[in-house]
Design a protein. Sequence first.
Length: 304
Amino acid sequence: MKYVLVTGGSGQVGTELGRHRWREGWQAVALTRADLDLGDPAAIAAMVSAGHDGEPWAAIVSAGAYTAVDKAEGDVVAAWAVNALAPAALAAAAQGAGIPIVHVSTDYVFAGDKDGEWEVDDPVAPLGVYGASKLGGELAVRTACPRHAIVRTAWVVSAHGNNFVKTMLRVGADRPTLRVVADQRGSPTSAADLAAALATLTVRLAEDPAAPTGTYHFSNAGPTDWHGFAEEIFRQAATRGGPSPAVEPITTADYPTPATRPANSLLSHRAIERDHGIQPRGWQTALSDILDELLGAPHRENKA
């Protein structure tokens, strides 16, 4: 058996990596904070060196992160420790062990001021602590381990953890009308779909020394904004007996937050499609799978 060390095992992506059906002979070992302290470089090095079940690790997926975007503005050291120093330690340990590392990053490394999709080589200019610390993690991985894939993603949602879909369903069940930001664009990302892409990259990098490395983007396909996303959530939820409140559009200025969000988080998939043949499906279809898990399948109308 080939084992993959996965950090952030209790997060959305880590959970899905643990649930994902890996190729035969491969298994993810999703480590939580209780299993591995990402703020302790020595513990990281020891974990990588020890291997699992008597076998050396075949690869590392760095999915653990400090994701509290607003809290990070006042918690700079902790954000940098988890988002930059931990990936540095993981990448250094991967290089020492002769194995690849796949690292999850974010659209927040960009300023969000571009009209079209962000390409992997577009200039980075994070707007806050979270984005800056994640960019630090990218730089650490690039410099410490040549056999790497950095995968930027955005708007991650799933049937577990804290995310926009679950928040909308919870709040929408109590209120007849919701006000949702309509001037931030992006593409939602199913954590399950992202996990599948990460698994594909991990196995290929581990098995093929000639496999392309570098920086990639992954989200589900198709643009929307938070308001449009909310409307689609409730449209699909209504077919499953879920809430269907009215959704009113507002601007970012109407909903101030400590951290500045990118106005445009649309990510180009050209690089990951070209190098690894990964083609994301539409976000509406991915959302349907999540709602199936949360609310059940859509109700069929009885026909006479």
